[in-house]
Ligand binder design. Structure first.
Ligand SMILES: Cc1cc2nc3c(=O)[nH]c(=O)nc-3n(C[C@H](O)[C@H](O)[C@H](O)COP(=O)(O)OP(=O)(O)OC[C@H]3O[C@@H](n4cnc5c(N)ncnc54)[C@H](O)[C@@H]3O)c2cc1C
Length: 293
């Protein structure tokens, strides 16, 4: 029998006070999907569950000069459609569409998926591809952290006790001809991906690639940048030198040793990284070129 209080604050300030009062004993509940499993299996024994379901102001999506801000309680279902309205979110929508099934997407939230920090999270891989920042708030104040620094390892983040993730900011694309793509592979529909890849390219007026990003999901404990592959693309003219895409995909596959799983060996994952990276980069370049001057 669970001996713990269940609170439904209606403002962020009330939620933060509850988190501060209960310290390590408090757990945030968003969609409740992961929390419910952890409670049922006895992995956590909180003294207080703080639900965000009634907290006002956490479910908006707004475009501002700094970028697109997405509230922590936006559902994955809604994220799946957001790319139609906000073009910079297209890859994130692709990722949200692939999560599990409609039931999970209806209930699961952006904040819950990020803070759950699953190594195979579709959302975290796509968000890192988009260079997302998370906003963390506590009774001590507010800070913004790049998602790359927020995700510390499998099921672990650098959130401090009492901190609430309130929103995510996706910066705008600096160059007009920019695009991101998210690809994943799983043998069965509805499963977490065996491997996923996010690719972002940005082409200047001459076709030179500026600040590319390639992010690999479910290879290590958290989504990982393929930096050697990125370096191979940086400042290359991708309109003339299409071999670079294949070379970058090969580097992405060979410069890390993915962790093995019962259903997928490390070598198999490396092969998948190569194939998916090539596909994601090719599609990203094609999309970037679709953008009219
Ligand atoms: C059967 C199944 C299949 C799934 N398949 C996939 C998949 O293919 N791809 C994928 O990416 N995901 C998948 N997921 C994960 C799913 O997307 C997440 O469970 C869901 O998004 C978690 O969101 P939630 O709102 O239910 O979080 P909750 O369960 O409420 O919370 C999760 C964790 O985050 C913390 N938390 C939640 N919100 C905040 C906040 N705002 N600030 C601070 N801490 C917070 C909670 O305390 C808890 O530790 C799957 C889950 C299930 C159950």
């Amino acid at each position: 029998m669970l001996n713990c209080c269940y609170c439904e604050p209606t403002t962020v300030a009330e939620a933060l006070t509850l988190l501060a009062e209960h310290g390590d004993g408090a757990r945030v509940v968003a969609g409740g999907q992961v929390i419910a499993l952890l409670l049922r299996q006895g992995f956590i024994k909180p003294s207080c569950l703080v639900s965000l379901q009634s907290v006002a102001g956490l479910d908006g999506i707004t475009a501002e000069q700094r970028g697109v801000r997405i509230g922590a309680m936006v559902t994955l279902h809604r994220l799946g459609n957001a790319g139609n309205e906000y073009p910079t979110l297209r890859a994130l929508s692709e990722a949200a569409h692939t999560v599990a099934d409609q039931h999970i997407r209806n209930r699961g939230t952006l904040g819950g998926n990020i803070c759950g920090a699953h190594p195979a999270s579709d959302i975290n891989t796509a968000l890192m591809t988009l260079n997302a920042e998370v906003t963390l708030v506590s009774t001590q104040g507010e800070r913004m952290v790049n998602l790359h620094e927020f995700l510390a390892g499998p099921f672990t983040t650098t959130a401090k006790p009492g901190e609430l993730l309130t929103e995510v900011t996706i910066p705008g694309f600096a160059l007009r001809r920019s695009a991101a793509v998210y690809c994943r592979f799983s043998p069965r529909a509805g499963d977490f991906p065996v491997v996923s890849v996010g690719a972002f390219v940005s082409l200047d007026d001459t076709g030179q690639c500026q600040e590319p990003r390639i992010v690999l999901g479910n290879c290590l404990g958290a989504p990982t940048r393929a930096t050697e592959a990125e370096q191979r693309l940086a400042h290359r003219n991708l309109l003339e030198d299409t071999r670079s895409l294949t070379e970058a995909a090969t580097l992405a596959a060979t410069h890390l040793t993915p962790r093995s799983e019962p259903m997928a060996s490390s070598a198999y994952k490396q092969d998948l990284v190569g194939v998916l990276t090539r596909a994601a980069l090719t599609e990203a370049v094609a999309r970037a070129l679709e953008v009219r001057p």
